[in-house]
Ligand binder design. Structure first.
Ligand SMILES: Cc1cc2nc3c(=O)[nH]c(=O)nc-3n(C[C@H](O)[C@H](O)[C@H](O)COP(=O)(O)OP(=O)(O)OC[C@H]3O[C@@H](n4cnc5c(N)ncnc54)[C@H](O)[C@@H]3O)c2cc1C
Length: 422
């Protein structure tokens, strides 16, 4: 009988640890998430049901430590040649169970990429923040605060907008940054985050890359206020809300790298965001495949299992093909992040654009097929018992973040067609 592990992956370039990490996360998902995920929607505000899953994976099993260097209590993935492919495996396994948990977990590392990943490790900041994540069995969360009320897409649209719309300001006073501004929507906001990576400008309105600043702000710093979480269509495990920074003071060395390099390495953060998004889509598709395998084998139409009818088989083939192609292209993207010596720097416009290309292709194709899967199941498609409608609601959200599909299209057109005014 064919199963999800029969969807091929590029085995020749996966880490020797891949199968162990995958097995641990799958076991955790089967015990802590899949039996309960249907009730997570109602838990969007409190996270009482969701919290044990985070505690087990991140704190007790220690996955929140993976990016930090070993000598600081981490697992050293930040200087491994398998960072991209290792992360892809973990993310897809989590997303197979619940893509909201996958994004909340993935974003723990998103701002930390700035300081924990070779060749731009900021050792002093690693030493500062490693104890927070590595010396506890409680889950610890970070958030990457980019989006602002006037628009999220513009902040990521560096090539044209060049950071000129960023309104959160950082002013150097002596040996401290003073931060003022309002962010909204970051994953793990809504009261969850313990540490923020905050995108600021040191000179409002400027298009100089040197004025883009990425500054770490512990959530308990005076002047930081987190609003309550928003209620959204899905992904209840990911809380999103407003954050206000009012005369927040942090040491000057909490800036990730400094003028020019903050923006350069932040583009690498975007590359990891694209890769992670594809992994979430892939995990969802694998689980929908599993659900439809059983459904179409067990439900009969005109005396035959549903899957033995030509039209249905055609659709199931489309679903399997798309899942296989998304998995191949996702792992290839992850591999490109692991091997900059072959494919180019992770922060290059080329790698960001290629990541956006795979991300929006995967989202579009998966959403189209999930819509059809719901239709194929008839009334059962809307039944929460099958979890397909949950995946459908969750998946739509993957398409919306990081500037949505339109920013992906613009950056892809810019790269492949040399558009100059987009
Ligand atoms: C679950 C979830 C998690 C998120 N996580 C994070 C996070 O971790 N950190 C964070 O900072 N933000 C996060 N966001 C916010 C998200 O990244 C933004 O919502 C997104 O970037 C779009 O920004 P916006 O909503 O302000 O829309 P806008 O930027 O106002 O855009 C509105 C619409 O216009 C389109 N558009 C914008 N500019 C153009 C253009 N030039 N040409 C054509 N179309 C355009 C956009 O694609 C979009 O469809 C998250 C959002 C969600 C739903």
């Amino acid at each position: 009988m064919t199963r999800i592990d029969d969807f091929s992956r590029p085995l020749e370039y996966l880490s020797p640890l891949d199968k162990y990490l995958g097995a641990i996360v799958r076991d955790w998902a089967e015990s802590y998430v899949i039996p309960f995920r249907r009730s997570f929607d109602e838990d969007w505000k409190e996270h009482k049901l969701i919290e044990p899953a985070f505690r087990r994976l991140m704190g007790e099993l220690g996955f929140q430590r993976i990016l930090f260097p070993e000598d600081l209590g981490g697992w050293g993935l930040g200087h491994s040649d398998y960072l991209g492919t290792g992360a892809f495996r973990i993310f897809e396994e989590i997303a197979r169970a619940d893509s909201g948990i996958a994004v909340a977990f993935g974003v723990v590392f998103w701002p930390l990429v700035m300081i924990c990943v070779e060749p731009h490790v900021n050792r002093r900041l690693c030493e500062e923040f490693a104890p927070m994540f590595c010396q506890t069995t409680e889950p610890v969360f970070s958030a990457n605060a980019m989006t602002e009320p006037q628009g999220g897409a513009d902040i990521e649209n560096f090539e044209v907008v060049k950071g000129s719309t960023i309104q959160t300001t950082a002013r150097l006073e002596g040996d401290e940054w003073v931060i003022n501004g309002h962010k909204l929507w970051p994953t793990n906001s809504g009261g969850v985050a313990d540490l923020f990576g905050v995108i600021c400008t040191t000179n409002p309105g400027s298009t100089d890359p040197g004025d883009f600043a990425f500054i770490f702000v512990p959530a308990d710093t005076p002047g930081v206020t987190q609003g309550p979480p928003y209620q959204k269509a899905g992904m209840a495990a990911d809380k999103n809300g407003d954050i206000w920074f009012e005369n927040v003071r942090v040491p000057s060395w909490y800036r990730a790298h400094g003028p020019g390099d903050d923006l350069k390495y932040f583009k690498e953060v975007l590359s990891f965001g694209n890769m992670g998004s594809v992994a979430f889509v892939c995990g969802v598709m694998l689980n929908v495949y599993e659900i439809l395998y059983d459904f179409c084998s067990e439900i009969y139409f005109r005396g035959k299992p549903l899957k033995e009818n030509d039209d249905v088989a055609g659709f199931l083939a489309d679903l399997a093909s798309a899942t296989q192609v998304i998995r191949f292209s996702g792992y290839q993207l992850a591999r490109m992040l692991d091997r900059p010596d072959i494919y180019g720097e992770r922060w290059s416009d080329e790698i960001v654009a290629k990541g956006r290309a795979v991300k929006y292709f995967a989202c579009d194709r998966a959403l189209e097929l999930l819509g059809k899967a719901v239709k194929l199941m008839g009334a059962y498609g809307s039944d929460r018992v099958y979890d397909v409608e949950k995946h459908w609601r969750d998946l739509k959200i993957v398409q919306l973040w990081m500037g949505g599909k339109q920013l992906c299209q613009m950056e892809v057109a810019r790269w492949y067609f040399d558009c100059e005014t987009l």
